[in-house]
Design a protein around this ligand. Structure first.
Ligand code: NAI
Length: 339
């Protein structure tokens, strides 16, 4: 028998609730018996205090070497201060696809049961290129960049995922009635790619209508293809449909590397109190387990999540329970099916 493989993973606990939820998730992952070697790094304000850099060079080298990172949220100052660490890492490693599955968990009474949506968000372009300047006092310009290359590759990612996983429909979400050139190009690329996937029904909805449709009849959607800013907003909206930001996972995927992280931020309002819900990062870790081909462990963790939610005895307070982060993690470990 060959010895089990050890996976070297770059671990960024992040700040706010990041260290608490990361600690819980690492304990659960280790309880599966899969062998990990974690390379831990600070990022953002904490890294600056220690290393004088917001993203230490050693962190980037670790991601380049390991090609996989698990990341907690990192706070970004509003209005001024340093650039978003999340956006910077996505750009640096060209993690062009932000993949966010939205699914109900058992035991949660939400207004929208039986949802099963996939959000594919372009992750490197749009308003997030960060090109802003003051033209004259009182007038600033922020530039949105959409390229044929970026739009085509994210559309291909969405259609290839849909084909591989038997998804039936893709909607491109846009505002091409107003942003005729930029969103127009995004749509043109998606339409062209869609021609190679005749088995997948292709549709287009305007972003404001989409938000209304989402809270009236979200079941009409299957897979959504969005540029960066729309994807950011619609992901939070969809997280709300299935019980909140504490639940939904995410992955940032490029050709060389992938960073797995929850949709939520550092939640400074609840940080340090052992009340944060680690499910979102845990479900991101399940995506990571699938990515590194540890399917059995991924299935076991997913089953444990569904058992604990189904029983409703040990849930965190954001989903109506009383358990703390640590107690919830203990319950998941206890519910892991045997290997
Ligand atoms: P947030 O996602 O941190 O929090 C929004 C609300 O959801 C808060 O009430 C919070 O308590 C709750 N919440 C979030 N995650 C939760 C969890 N796991 N369990 C229970 N409740 C949870 O969004 P906010 O407040 O807008 O941003 C805070 C900071 O996070 C900002 O500095 C922002 O830039 C950063 N951020 C970082 C992200 C990342 O690292 N990927 C993503 C989004 C925001």
């Amino acid at each position: 028998m060959t010895a089990p493989r050890t996976h070297k993973i770059t671990l960024i606990p992040g700040d706010g609730i990041g260290p608490e939820v990361t600690r819980a998730v690492v304990r659960i992952l280790e309880a599966t018996g899969v062998k990990f070697e974690w390379e831990r790094f600070a990022a953002g304000a904490e890294a600056f205090e220690i290393h004088g850099e917001y993203i230490p060079a050693a962190l980037c080298e670790s991601i380049e070497r390991n090609r996989i990172a698990l990341k907690g949220p990192v706070g970004t100052p509003i209005g001024g201060g340093f650039k978003s660490i999340n956006v910077t890492l996505r750009k640096k490693f060209d993690l062009f696809a932000n993949f966010r599955p939205i699914k109900n968990l058992p035991g949660l009474d939400t207004k929208f049961p039986n949802l099963d949506l996939i959000i594919v968000r372009e992750n490197t372009e749009g308003e997030y290129v960060g090109i802003e300047h003051e033209i004259i006092p009182g007038v600033v310009e922020s530039i949105k960049v959409i390229t044929e290359k970026g739009s085509t590759r994210i559309a291909k990612f969405a259609f290839e995922y849909a084909r591989k996983h038997g998804r039936k429909k893709i909607h491109s979400i846009h505002k091409a009635n107003i942003m005729k050139l930029s969103d127009g190009l995004f749509l043109e690329c998606a339409r062209r790619v869609s021609e190679g996937f005749p088995e997948i029904v292709y549709g287009e909805h305007i972003i404001d209508n989409t938000c209304m449709q989402m809270v009236m009849n979200p079941w009409q959607y299957d897979t959504l293809l969005l540029e960066n800013l729309y994807g950011d907003i619609v992901s939070d909206l969809c997280a709300g449909l299935v019980g909140g930001l504490g639940l939904v996972p995410g992955a940032n995927i490029g050709l060389e590397c992938a960073i797995f992280e929850a949709v939520h931020g550092s939640a400074p309002d609840i940080a340090g109190k052992d009340v944060a819900n680690p499910t979102a990062l845990l479900q991101s870790a399940v995506l990571m387990l699938r990515h590194i081909d540890e399917q059995a462990a991924a299935d076991r963790v997913q089953t444990a999540i569904e058992t604990v939610y189904g029983e409703r005895k040990t849930l965190t307070r954001d989903v109506g329970g009383k358990a703390g982060t640590t107690e919830f993690a203990d319950a998941i470990i206890a519910a892991l099916p045997p290997a």
